[in-house]
Design a protein around this ligand. Structure first.
Ligand SMILES: Cc1cc2nc3c(=O)[nH]c(=O)nc-3n(C[C@H](O)[C@H](O)[C@H](O)COP(=O)(O)O)c2cc1C
Length: 190
């Protein structure tokens, strides 16, 4: 059984909707177990992320998909706290050769989401991971990859309730990414 972890922060629920869609896509692949891991702000004490159980779960995964809302043009502080807490995993090269991918939501249509996804990519490269792109043509008639992103999944919240946004098309795009990472995790062996 291959393990795909989806580790994310969501302040008001939009990023969580995408995370759930990714989990659905990953779990639709037989032989793969997807694990949703929400970053809990109460695990951040004096600015440092302290939940070792979560880090251990990530260390034991075959693939990790990173998610955060775009805050002020980048990842949320809560996600960054988790990232900084992985330096022990980094020094021990525990994530080397794992698959990685990313997703984000912003309020505005662009909202500078690309920078958030680029941070996830850079973070994965620091860990020696293998980046998985979205791999979908933009603006398909069914709305897949509506925002035309390839590095990862982008979605918009547009100040609506999470029951309304991200759109079904954005959630379907997220589901495709989950399925793609899980399929690759199953097939992938060094
Ligand atoms: C502190 C903060 C900073 C934000 N910065 C941006 C931004 O740079 N660009 C943008 O389009 N939206 C920005 N937003 C809006 C959020 O990205 C948007 O509300 C998103 O849906 C939040 O995701 P969540 O519901 O998972 O917390 C910001 C929101 C907050 C609270």
């Amino acid at each position: 059984m291959k393990k795909v972890a989806i580790v994310y922060y969501s302040g008001t629920g939009h990023t969580e909707k995408l995370a759930e869609a990714i989990e659905k896509g990953a779990n639709s692949v037989e032989g793969v177990e997807a694990n949703l891991i929400a970053i809990n702000p109460s695990d951040i004490i004096n600015g440092s992320y302290k939940n070792q159980h979560v880090i251990d779960q990530l260390d034991e995964s075959d693939a990790i998909i990173f998610g955060s809302p775009t805050y002020m043009g980048g990842v949320s502080a809560q996600f960054k706290a988790l990232a900084d807490a992985t330096s022990y995993s980094w020094i021990n090269q525990k994530w080397k050769n794992k698959l990685a991918a990313g997703f984000t939501v912003s309020g505005a249509k662009s909202g500078d989401k690309l920078h958030t996804l680029q941070y996830f990519n850079l973070f994965a490269m620091q860990h020696g991971m293998i980046w998985v792109s979205l791999g979908e043509l933009p603006g398909q008639s069914n709305g897949i990859n509506n925002l035309g992103s390839w590095i990862g999944v982008m979605a918009v919240a547009q100040n609506e309730d999470p029951s309304i946004t991200p759109s079904i098309e954005d959630k379907n795009t997220a589901e495709i990414l989950g399925h793609r990472v899980a399929t690759l995790a199953l097939a992938y062996q060094l």
